[in-house]
Write a protein that binds this ligand. Structure first.
Ligand SMILES: C[S@@+](CC[C@H](N)C(=O)[O-])C[C@H]1O[C@@H](n2cnc3c(N)ncnc32)[C@H](O)[C@@H]1O
Length: 338
């Protein structure tokens, strides 16, 4: 295999195709479940729709808001209705214009796993927990490498934006918690030669991290520390970063991790949480909503969230001066100060 490439471009086309694939799955599931046909009987809220369509209440809000963000439904004060186009083409009762059969015949299989997960109280498709998902991933070297490559691609633009947007001149060290290959740290270390970083992750992430950071000539400033954040404290640093980590876990673990970050920071230190945060109105950032559905599908307990949710958890765990800022594409960060 070739060595990691140090001069890559952002994976724009990959992102576009990947998220279009997931939008198609959501659309097919909506037709398999009869969402649009149900809504021609009248507007309904998430609880009513979950009951009528046999959806789990755990997954229904993210699924329905995803359809809103995709422009297939409207939501007003928590009540969902069809758009004109959805009512005309996706309601089975409107037989002279109904187009759903075409999609279900050609691509119906795409929705099967999502439809089953939306109906189940617990997903039966993926691992029983995020813990099991990562144990399985790191048990296989090829799976580890492709997972870490995907994380590097997913965080490419956010890493570059983070290097630009935070006042790094005030800080000397950071710990990137759940660092995977260390791509975000590489962005920060290349842009700010005075910084030193720790990549903290499960021991199975070490080989990929050391190979990637060495290929960028940063082995001396990027140190890997193997550990389990469910069982041990985080390493001390001036800035603690969580990228696409909190969404893997339930609320208790999210709060536990933010509390651990608070303990690891000096007074004045920063916690930075970045991922495809769902917009506060839950009607625009379709990628954040799709990721939340992916968590429901394969990592039980995990869910994505809004900047407002994150700000509340940061306040609860003792942070102040909390602010949210868009980074790049679908991604945003929330920053808090100890
Ligand atoms: C979705 S990936 C995010 C990777 C990277 N931060 C990014 O944004 O590209 C989540 C990371 O959390 C790590 N992780 C999961 N459970 C962990 C644990 N118990 N302790 C430490 N790291 C863990 C995984 O190994 C993985 O690298």
């Amino acid at each position: 295999m070739k060595e990691p490439d140090v001069n890559v471009v952002a994976p724009t086309l990959f992102n576009e195709l990947h998220w279009n694939y997931w939008k198609t799955k959501v659309f097919v599931s909506a037709m398999q479940l009869g969402v649009f046909t149900q809504l021609t009987e009248g507007p309904a809220d998430s609880t009513t729709l979950a009951d009528r369509l046999g959806l789990s209440e755990r997954t229904a809000p993210d699924f329905l808001d995803c359809l809103v963000a995709m422009g297939l439904l409207r939501r007003d004060a928590g009540v969902y209705t069809n758009t004109e186009e959805s009512a005309q083409y996706f309601d089975r009762g409107t037989s002279h214009t109904y187009l759903g059969d075409v999609m279900l015949t050609e691509a119906g299989h795409l929705g099967n796993d999502l439809t089953a997960a939306l109906r189940a109280e617990r997903s039966r498709e993926g691992a029983s927990s995020a813990r099991e998902f990562y144990d399985n991933t790191y048990a296989d070297a090829d799976r580890t490498a492709s997972f870490q490559r995907a994380m590097t691609a997913m965080s490419y633009e956010s890493g570059a934006a983070l290097a630009d947007r935070l006042p790094w001149g005030r800080y000397r060290t950071f710990v990137d918690v759940g660092c995977a290959e260390g791509a975000v740290g590489v962005h920060l270390l290349r842009a700010h030669p005075h910084l030193n970083g720790i990549g903290f992750d499960l021991p199975g992430a070490r080989a990929g991290f050391e190979k990637y950071t060495a290929a960028h000539g940063l082995a001396d400033r990027a140190v890997f520390q193997g550990g389990d954040f469910l069982r041990q404290p985080l390493p001390a640093a001036d800035v603690v970063i969580f990228g696409h980590v909190l969404h893997n876990w339930d609320l208790d673990v999210k709060l536990h991790l933010l509390g651990q970050a608070h303990a690891a920071l000096p007074p004045g230190g920063l916690v930075v949480v970045y991922e495809a945060l769902i917009d506060d109105d839950r009607e625009r950032n379709v990628v954040g909503l799709l990721l939340s559905l992916m968590m429901h599908l394969s990592l039980p307990g995990g869910f994505d969230y809004t900047p407002a949710d994150c700000a509340e958890w940061l306040r609860e765990t003792g942070f102040t001066d909390i602010r949210a800022e868009h980074l790049a594409g679908a991604e945003a960060m929330v920053v808090g100060c100890k």
